[in-house]
Structures are given as C-alpha cells and as structure tokens.
Ligand binder design. Structure first.
Ligand code: ZN
Length: 276
C-alpha cells in the first residue's frame, strides 16, 4: 500500500499543552498561562491508497484561519493558547492533487476528532464518506461545542458524517472497534482522552501495523513517558487509553504516528516500529 504524509501547515501551542500540570479546570488554566510556546509543529494528514479506495485520515487546517474572526477571539484558547500558519497551497486539497489524487476520488475520510486543525480541510471532500465517532460529533455541536473549543460554525453545510458507535467488537486491548474495509485490514478504535470522542485508525500492512493516532498523544515519546496532555477534561480516561495503546504496541510491531509529531513522517517512510 502506498501511504503518504501530507503536511497542512504548522501549529504552535503551549509546552504545558503537550504535558500538563494540575487537575480539572486548573489544568486548562495552567496550559493557557504557560508563557512557553512549542516550536511550530507539523499538522499531518494521512493518505492511504488502499485497493478498496483512497482513505484520508483527518483533513488538517485551512488557510482561512488568517481571516479576521475565523478563530473566535472571545474564546480564551484561541486568544492565548494557539497559533497556526497555513498557506492556501498547503491545504489538503491542493496537496492531494500534487500527489496525483483528486479529492473527489477519496472514498473515505476518517476523522480522529473534530478540533479545527484536523477538521479545517473538510470542505475539500463533498463526495467522500466521512466517518466520525458519534460521541465526538455530539461534543462538537452547537454552542456547547464552541465553548469546548470546536468550530462547528465552519463545518461545510453538507456535512453529515457517518456516525460510529463502536460495537462491542474487541480489537486487541480495545473494547470496541469498527472495521472499515472488506479486507478487514483497516480498523477504527476508540482512543478517548484528548477529546472524549477521539478515535484512532489501525492499518495492518503485512506483518506490522500502522497506528494513526491523531492527538492520542502529541508525540510517540510522550506516549512512552505516559505523559498526560494539558487540555484533556478526563485524565483517567486519557491514561487508560494510553495503557491500551501501549498494550497494543507490545502485541504487534507497530509504527505509531501522531498528527503533530515532527518525527512521524520519517517513521512512516522508514516503517520504524515503536520500541518499548
Ligand atoms: Zn486535538
């Protein structure tokens, strides 16, 4: 299978967002108040040229973030917690075309979650089936979603994703899973924590697996260190997910690929297995 990393610009957040401090609301406050920014981190989208059709994991960020008011300045996170840089030609649509793939030919778009730097390119895929966990879709909706930092007001008008409930079909250490392909080699698994409806995509490729982790952890090292990010609203859930992912990594040679890990594209290219 040909699998590509597409970078749709960069994002900087507070160091405390990668590995947080404090409990409950204090944790978010600590993240916002942290004076230290990360260096600009990549925003990756993954493209899997599967025999049954092209699969895209997440859609990256849009260049529209440069328009005044696109990021809601009334929201503390957008005022204090995030900076991003995306050029129009860096959006997922033009990037796909540069690979010789028309966005209209993408069969499935799987969303790990609906934060703006993953959902900003949705408008490129009006013809694709888009999959989102039901929990995430509900969390991102309406005013409650906006308060939680989602931007549902920027979702395309036609956005009506297939909602995944995760039937109790165990997949390794994961209690539920959803199998995407007839070949049975692409699985969606729930990895809640960073957001309560977060999912990851596992692709079996020969004797190893590729684990498209979204923001399950921001980097592989943070997973191995069992660090907890600074924006989760449920630390216990976040840590339980990390234990399940680590169990999976012990059971199967796996290339672990978070969306913002500067090493992810290189690890994909080299098919570098996570060493525990
Ligand atoms: Zn996120």
């Amino acid at each position: 299978m040909r699998i590509h990393a597409i970078q749709t610009g960069t994002v900087a957040v507070k160091e405390r967002q990668l590995s947080g401090r404090g409990n409950g609301t204090l944790r978010l406050v600590n993240t916002m108040r942290d004076p230290v920014w990360t260096s600009p981190l990549p925003i990756y989208v993954w493209v899997i040229e599967h025999p049954e059709g092209v699969i895209v994991v997440d859609t990256g960020e849009t260049a529209r973030i440069a328009e005044p008011g696109y990021y809601p300045r009334w929201h503390p996170y957008y005022r204090l917690g995030v900076r991003a840089w995306v050029q129009p030609e860096e959006e997922v649509g033009p990037r796909l075309r540069a690979l010789g793939i028309s966005p209209d030919d993408v069969r499935w778009v799987v969303m790990t979650h609906l934060h703006t730097d993953h959902a900003g390119g949705l408008h490129h895929f009006p013809k694709s089936q888009i999959l989102v966990s039901r929990a995430e879709y509900q969390l991102a909706a309406g005013i409650r979603g906006q308060l939680g930092g989602y931007l549902p007001q920027h979702q395309p008008r036609w956005f009506a994703p297939k909602l995944i409930d995760f039937p109790s079909q165990a997949f390794g250490p994961f209690t539920g899973s959803y199998t995407l392909t007839k070949a049975g080699d692409v699985h969606l698994v729930p990895t809640p924590g960073h957001s309560a409806g977060h999912l990851s995509v596992i692709v079996q490729e020969g004797a190893h697996a590729l684990f498209f982790a979204g923001d399950t952890s921001y980097t592989q090292q943070l997973l191995l260190d069992q660090a907890t990010d600074g924006v989760t609203t449920n630390m216990a859930l976040y840590q339980e997910t990390h234990r399940q992912v680590l169990r999976y990594l012990r059971s199967m040679p796996t290339i672990y690929l978070p969306s913002h890990d500067p090493e992810s594209a290189r690890r994909l290219e080299a098919r570098e297995v996570a060493k525990l």
